[in-house]
Design a protein around this ligand. Structure first.
Ligand code: CU
Length: 73
């Protein structure tokens, strides 16, 4: 299992947190998502054989937010 922390621009409230959490949870291969509004981050545990961070970036940006950085952790 791999983990990344993605820094996201554009989240302003709990609705945004819920929306980002949902689009990430809907991706095949994602096992756990934790979005923190105060830090503008999403921490994601995933199966690297099924998904890579570019797929997460696309899902977040399709949802209307901007990915600022991706940090493997
Ligand atoms: Cu919002």
């Amino acid at each position: 299992m791999a983990t990344v922390t993605i820094n996201i621009e554009g989240m302003t409230c709990d609705h945004c947190v819920g929306s980002v959490t949902k689009v990430l949870e809907n991706l095949a291969g994602v096992s756990e998502v934790s979005v923190t509004l105060a830090q503008n981050t999403a921490r994601i545990s995933y199966d690297a054989s099924k998904l890579d961070p570019s797929g997460m970036t696309k899902a977040i940006e399709d949802d209307g937010y901007t990915v600022k950085s991706i940090t493997p952790s």
